[in-house]
Design a protein around this ligand. Structure first.
Ligand code: 1CP
Length: 333
């Protein structure tokens, strides 16, 4: 889940003095923001503070953070000439600040807390690049995928190459696992999901060191969990619309996965909106989720999507202590 952000007073303090992009690009500040949530809550893992859009920027299409919230790209990717100008050649150099931040965080965390690196999926990044910013349904990316597959594939090739270089850099700099965010995977259904998104993710996983753990968060793709598991991912992070226990059981009996002896862990999937409510309802929902997974191996408790700015600290406390106590004592509701 996203751990940092406006729900934390200490993040708001830093944001009052530095722009979002300054926080992302300054290793010392990025390390500080990464560690802020761990100063308050007993998380097992830290996730690097950065953004998925640093990769398009490193390819040549910058982004900015709008003060009213949300993201805008420097321009909308439309022409072949613009596409030709994007290049994955300098990714390592241009993203050296991420490597420096990871090294600082690694040093400060020691080896008791896992450190997650991350990036967007090629498809999700293409959505932002083609639209020129955020959208509810990214009509330009969905349109280009259907009307100009050569352009689409050429863009996704560049993104895939760039992401492979970027993830290797993160691994060398101390990341224990990589989480790929395919936040808009749910916009492409059926066989299109494979062509638009999953095949590129599979290529990335295959290019990383053998066995290196990769977590996939792909919103709205519950029907593709078995395909994702077969793509070499170690953990599938699922959104709050999925019944986690049912998903676990359907993967456990999937004939293709069984034949290939593929097992994945599931991560998730408490609804982030709950954290804007009361501590007692958060505790109850957290315990209900944990209980539903009792006896099923391979569950990493997490939110079903990023933390929201209206999350209340007392609700975060209730959630984290419910998980910690449950783990220590096997507490039930
Ligand atoms: O805990 C952390 O801070 C982790 C770092 C992190 C991650 C993993 C951030 C910092 N962003 C992300 C991923 C990310 N960024 C995704 C994929 C996950 C998801 O679906 O939420 C996406 C789509 C983005 C792009 C982005 N960055 C948006 C959405 C834009 C849109 O219109 O669709 C937004 C609002 C951001 C800003 C951002 N990035 C990160 C934070 C903490 C914030 C909010 C900053 C703030 O409000 O001050």
């Amino acid at each position: 889940m996203r751990q940092a952000g406006r729900y934390l007073p200490e993040y708001r303090d830093l944001k009052a003095r530095h722009s979002f992009i300054e926080l992302v690009r300054t290793p010392e500040l990025a390390a500080e923001v990464t560690l802020q949530p761990l100063g308050r809550f007993a998380f097992d893992a830290a996730i690097l503070f950065s953004d998925i859009l640093v990769l398009p920027e490193a390819l040549g299409q910058g982004y900015r953070f709008k003060e009213q919230g949300g993201i805008a790209m420097e321009y909308r990717l439309e022409t072949r000439a613009q596409l030709d100008r994007l290049s994955s050649d300098g990714v390592r150099e241009r993203l050296h600040y991420v490597a420096a931040a990871l090294r600082l965080i690694r040093d400060r965390l020691g080896d008791r807390t896992a450190l997650l690196g991350f990036g967007g999926s090629p498809w999700t990044l293409a959505c932002y690049m083609l639209e020129g910013g955020g959208s509810d349904d990214f009509p330009r990316a969905r349109g280009l995928f259907r009307t100009d597959r050569a352009f689409f594939d050429a863009l996704l090739e560049k993104l895939t190459e760039g992401l492979i270089a970027y993830f290797k850099l993160q691994i060398e700099s101390g990341a224990d696992a990589i989480q790929i965010f395919d936040s808009w995977g749910g916009l492409v259904a059926g066989a299109d999901y494979e062509a638009a998104s999953l095949q590129w993710i599979r290529r990335i996983v295959a290019a990383l060191p053998a066995g290196f753990p990769v977590i996939l968060f792909a919103k709205g793709t519950a029907r593709h969990l078995a395909d994702q598991a077969a793509a070499g991912l170690r953990v599938l992070s699922v959104d709050a619309s999925v019944d986690l226990a049912a998903a676990h059981d359907s993967l456990a009996v999937d004939p293709t996965l069984r034949a290939r002896e593929i097992r994945v862990a599931l991560q998730g999937n408490l609804a982030p909106e709950l954290l804007g409510g009361t501590p007692s309802s958060v505790r109850e929902a957290t315990l209900r989720l944990l209980e539903s997974m009792r006896g099923r191996t391979g569950h990493i408790f997490n939110l079903g999507h990023g933390i929201r700015p209206d999350a209340r600290l007392e609700c975060m406390d209730a959630m984290v202590s419910a998980v910690v106590n449950w783990k220590q004592q096997g507490v039930s509701i």
